[in-house]
Design a protein around this ligand. Structure first.
Ligand SMILES: Cc1cc2nc3c(=O)[nH]c(=O)nc-3n(C[C@H](O)[C@H](O)[C@H](O)COP(=O)(O)O)c2cc1C
Length: 200
């Protein structure tokens, strides 16, 4: 297959890491931002931005509140998709896959690396639940600062989700709208990848 240059290599996770490293040099903000799609029990899609924190050997990891809308939708469907788009590079990566929680040592370690304010915020915010006022949130943050102290543990309702892809597609802008697209797909997680060039 005529796959070379920015698309070279067999490992889609290595390719995603390489593209993100390029975007880190050019994007003004949040090069690791992904638009994360989930579905509710009726199949109605939902999408919002989150920050991609790890690209592992076979998975993508982000962190959130398990009680949030996305947390509940993922826990019930076990599936998600995301897209990353870099305006500066004119490229996107699309991912679809199966999701499981990361709520062990890795989540503890990442939580511990966050600023104290962020750690307390994770305790204070009942993400996606109605909130009477900003003052109520501030009061809750002040309260947990006292009750949790200077070294708060990871809340049980907060942690990672690990997306194990069955599809990863790389797209790059080409001349005359003849963009390049390559899709890695596999029947299920753990199987071999099939790589195909797609029509733009
Ligand atoms: C650039 C950006 C990055 C964000 N990163 C995260 C994140 O890593 N985790 C998170 O829970 N919410 C993040 N948010 C907030 C989410 O978009 C969303 O408002 C929140 O998670 C609630 O979504 P839900 O009600 O669908 O669960 C981010 C928002 C933006 C704009």
């Amino acid at each position: 297959m005529d796959r070379s240059g920015i698309f070279a290599g067999e490992d889609p996770f290595a390719l995603a890491r390489a593209w993100l490293a390029e975007a880190e040099k050019t994007e003004p903000n949040d090069p690791n931002a992904i638009a994360l799609a989930t579905v509710d029990p009726e199949g109605l899609p939902n999408v919002r931005m989150v920050l991609l924190k790890e690209i592992e050997a076979d998975a993508f990891v982000f962190y959130t509140n398990y009680g949030s809308t996305k947390g509940q939708e993922i826990d019930s469907s076990g599936k998600a998709a995301f897209v990353m788009h870099w305006k500066t590079l004119r490229r996107q990566i699309r991912v679809r896959g199966l999701v499981s929680r990361e709520e062990g040592a890795q989540a503890d370690e990442y939580f511990a690396s966050r600023s104290l304010k962020s750690r307390l915020g994770a305790w204070a915010s009942q993400q996606s639940q109605p909130l009477s006022s900003r003052e109520a949130l501030m009061a809750e943050a002040a309260k947990v600062a006292v009750t949790k102290g200077p070294n708060p543990p990871r809340p049980p309702h907060w942690g990672g989700f690990r997306i194990r892809p069955v599809e990863i597609e790389f797209w790059a802008d080409g001349a005359f709208r003849l963009h390049d697209r390559f899709r890695w797909s596999r029947v299920s997680v753990g199987e071999n990848w099939l790589v195909q060039r797609l029509n733009p």
